[in-house]
Design a protein around this ligand. Sequence first.
Ligand SMILES: Nc1ncnc2c1ncn2[C@@H]1O[C@H](COP(=O)(O)OP(=O)(O)OP(=O)(O)O)[C@@H](O)[C@H]1O
Ligand SMILES: [Mg+2]
Length: 272
Amino acid sequence: MESIFVNSKEVFLDTVNAKDYIQLDRVSNIYQSLKNSIKKPLKLILLYGRPGTGKSMFLAKLYNDLSASQAIYLYKTPILDEKEFYKTLARDIFNIKYSGELNFTQMMKIIDNANISIENTKEVPVVLLDEAQLYSEALMEKIRLLSDTRAIKFVITLHKTEEEDLIAKEHFQTRIWESIELENASSAELKIYIQKKLMKANCFNTASMFTTPTVNKIHKLTRGNYRDTNKLLYTLFDIYVSYEKNNQYMDINKIPIKYIEMAAIHTGLIDA
Ligand SMILES: Nc1ncnc2c1ncn2[C@@H]1O[C@H](COP(=O)(O)OP(=O)(O)OP(=O)(O)O)[C@@H](O)[C@H]1O
Ligand SMILES: [Mg+2]
């Protein structure tokens, strides 16, 4: 028989997959407004937030939902080489294969020539760029110029860190038309997140273990960060799996606080 703890543990693997997307009220509202802004003649849309707040997940979902009805491209890993970047755009969006080098001027020409057909379809292709903090300032500037042509719309995600406020940087200030921030979950949202995730995998028994006080404790440790919560719960269920293997007694109605603390020490959320 498959163990519910093994299944529950796997639910919290840190993966980005649109089919695992959980609808959360706050995120859904942001999602709706983003979907609307894609349809507006805005040029650049910036999605930012601290690591683990669900930016990549958001892009994966957006890509998944829109790809049937419009031209949309998702670059999960930054294409750091400028010429490679243009070549990829030319190939994907304009169906032009370049064997040699492609520079910015040539790229602008391609867009110029293609403009007519874009106006005809009225559907501007959307390019989703994840991890945009890795692009150089020079390439970021070119991306802005490309979006100024209004022939390509970019949605970029930016990883906000404590040390450096990237969007405060000048090149993000001037021509950003819309910026959206993703944040950590509140305690109530975290409860919904955890329970929905488990129920989606048919782990109803373990889902009901996450009472409000239990989730409050988890929230204190992870501050509602999705990635930290995943790590903590993965480790928590790993503890259950090993207890189960050793036929150790387990209270399955309630999660003992000491199990959560043990998992938090393992994942480095608290010091031993
Ligand atoms: N709406 C959601 N539904 C389901 N899972 C989510 C959701 N949001 C976040 N997650 C989970 O949280 C994890 C972290 O999210 P994600 O990788 O999207 O964060 P990020 O903001 O892109 O982080 P980074 O800045 O480090 O790239 C994902 O692996 C996913 O499992
Ligand atoms: Mg990410």
